[in-house]
Design a protein around this ligand. Structure first.
Ligand code: NAD
Length: 374
C-alpha cells in the first residue's frame, strides 16, 4: 500500500505558508506516495486547490490527522492535534524543540516519529533540506525591504538636477544566512553596508558581498559552525565598537542568534538614543527576545524618532516562494525514505538520526530530553 502523505491548512492565524506545494505534491506522487490535502491548505500562499492535481482531498484537518501516515507541517502541531494521530505516524516540519515542551511530550507519549527541520544537520549533503537556511534567506531579504520602506531616505546614491543624494548607511549585525542575504539585498539597493558577526569566518563572506566588516576583536565560534554566548568582558569590548557603528547607521538589520538561547542583547537603549531621528532598526531576533532592548515582537516601536521594527514570521510575508522552498526542503529530506511509495527510514543515516525529535515513545534529541526529563 502506498504511504499516505498529508498536509494541513495551518491553524496559526499568522501562518500563511503551506507545507506541500503542487509541484512537490506531484513529485511525491511520482515517488509512489498517495497525497491527502486539507481543502484550502495552500490558499493563503496563493496555491488554490485547483493547482493541485492527482491528490485526495480532506474536508477537515482532523481527517488528515486520522488518515495520513506522514504529516507535513509548517508550525508545530498542538497537543490536541497530536492526540488525533495514530501511534507510529511520522510528523515532519518546524517543531520548535526548545520552546514547545508540552507538544514534545505529546509526540513522545503518542509514540510519534517526529523530525524537526531545526535539527537537520548543517552539512553539505543536507543543504537542499535546510529549511532554516531557505527561510532565513527570505527573512534577510524582507528585513531590508522593511527598512527601505520605513526610512525617509533613499537607499542608493542619486545624482539629480536637484543635487546629489548620499546613499543610506546600513549596518547588518549577525552575518549568518539571514544577515548575508540582508547584505546582498541592501547592496543591490545601493546602500553602503557594514556588517558584524562574532564568527571570524564570516569576515571573507561579508567582504565578498561588497560590505565592510566591523572588527571588534571578539571571536566566538561555537559548536557546529554556530556562535557561542559571549563572556561579560567580550560583550563590553564588542559593545564599545558597535555602539559607534550603530550611531552612524541609517538602518540596522539585526539577525544575531545562538541556538536554544535567548537572542544576544547587542543594541541597548543607550545605543538607540545615539542614532539620528528617522533611523530604523529591523530586529529579526524579535521572537527570541530581540537583539535590541526596545524591540517588541510583532510591533514597530518609535523611540526618540527612531523606528524599531520587531517583525515575526517574515517568510510568511513572502508565502508563495517561502512555501515552495520549504516544501522542496521537506521533499529532499523525505525522498530517500520513500522506496516504491513505502516508508523505509534508514536510521544509520545521520540526517534522519539527528533530525529525529521523538520515536517509539522516547525523546531522541539529547538536549531536549535532558531539558524535559532531567
Ligand atoms: P544563526 O541564525 O544561529 O545566527 C545568526 C548569526 O548571528 C550567526 O552568524 C551568528 O554567528 C551570529 N551571532 C550570534 N551571536 C552574535 C553576537 N553576539 N554578535 C554578533 N553576531 C552574533 O545562524 P545561521 O544563519 O543559522 O548559520 C549558522 C551556521 O550554520 C553558520 O556557520 C552557517 O555558515 C552554517 N550553515 C551551514 C550550512 C550547510 O553547510 N549546510 C547551511 C546553512 C548554514
Amino acid at each position: 500500500m502506498p504511504v499516505i502523505i498529508g498536509a494541513l491548512r495551518e491553524s496559526a492565524p499568522s501562518e500563511t505558508r503551506v507545507s506541500l506545494v503542487p509541484e512537490v505534491a506531484d513529485k511525491l506522487a511520482q515517488a509512489g506516495a498517495s497525497i491527502l490535502i486539507e481543502r484550502g491548505a495552500g490558499v493563503r500562499a496563493q496555491f488554490p486547490d485547483s493547482a493541485y492535481k492527482n491528490v485526495q482531498w480532506a474536508e477537515t484537518g482532523a481527517d488528515v490527522l486520522a488518515r495520513a501516515q506522514i504529516v507535513l507541517v509548517v508550525q508545530p502541531l498542538s497537543a490536541a492535534s497530536i492526540a488525533q494521530l495514530a501511534p507510529g505516524t511520522v510528523v515532519a516540519g518546524y517543531l520548535q524543540p526548545y520552546a514547545r515542551a508540552d507538544e514534545v511530550r505529546a509526540l513522545r507519549d503518542r509514540k510519534i516519529t517526529s523530525f524537526a527541520v531545526e535539527l537537520i544537520p548543517r552539512i553539505s549533503r543536507a543543504q537542499s533540506m535546510d529549511a532554516l537556511s531557505s527561510q532565513a534567506a527570505i527573512a534577510g531579504y524582507k528585513a531590508v525591504l522593511i527598512a527601505a520602506n520605513e526610512l525617509s531616505k533613499f537607499m542608493p546614491m542619486l545624482t539629480t538636477a536637484a543635487g546629489t543624494i548620499r546613499p543610506a548607511q546600513v549596518l547588518v549585525i549577525g552575518a549568518g544566512v539571514a544577515g548575508l542575504q540582508a547584505i546582498a539585498t541592501a547592496r543591490r539597493l545601493g546602500a553602503v553596508v557594514e556588517a558584524y558577526d562574532v564568527r571570524s569566518a564570516t569576515k571573507e563572506q561579508v567582504k565578498s558581498l561588497g560590505a565592510k566588516f566591523v572588527d571588534t576583536g571578539v571571536s566566538a565560534e561555537g559548536a557546529g559552525g554556530y556562535a557561542r554566548e559571549l563572556t561579560a568582558e567580550e560583550r563590553a569590548r564588542q559593545q564599545e565598537v558597535l555602539d559607534a557603528r550603530i550611531a552612524a547607521a541609517d538602518a540596522v538589520i539585526s539577525t544575531a542568534s545562538v541556538p536554544g538561547r535567548p537572542a544576544p542583547r547587542i543594541v541597548p537603549r543607550a545605543a538607540v538614543e545615539r542614532m539620528r531621528p528617522g533611523s530604523v532598526i529591523v530586529d529579526l531576533a524579535a521572537e527570541q527576545g530581540g537583539n535590541c532592548e526596545l524591540t517588541r515582537a510583532g510591533e514597530t516601536v518609535i523611540h526618540n524618532g527612531i523606528k524599531i521594527a520587531g517583525p515575526v514570521n517574515l517568510p510568511g510575508q513572502l508565502a508563495y516562494n517561502a512555501s515552495e522552498m520549504y516544501s522542496r526542503n521537506l521533499l529532499n529530506f523525505l525522498r530517500p525514505a520513500l522506496l516504491k511509495g513505502e516508508l523505509a527510514i534508514d536510521w544509520n543515516d545521520e540526517v534522519f538520526a539527528q533530525a529525529c525529535l521523538t520515536h517509539a515513545g522516547a525523546i531522541k534529541h539529547e538536549p531536549t530530553r535532558k531539558a524535559l526529563e532531567g
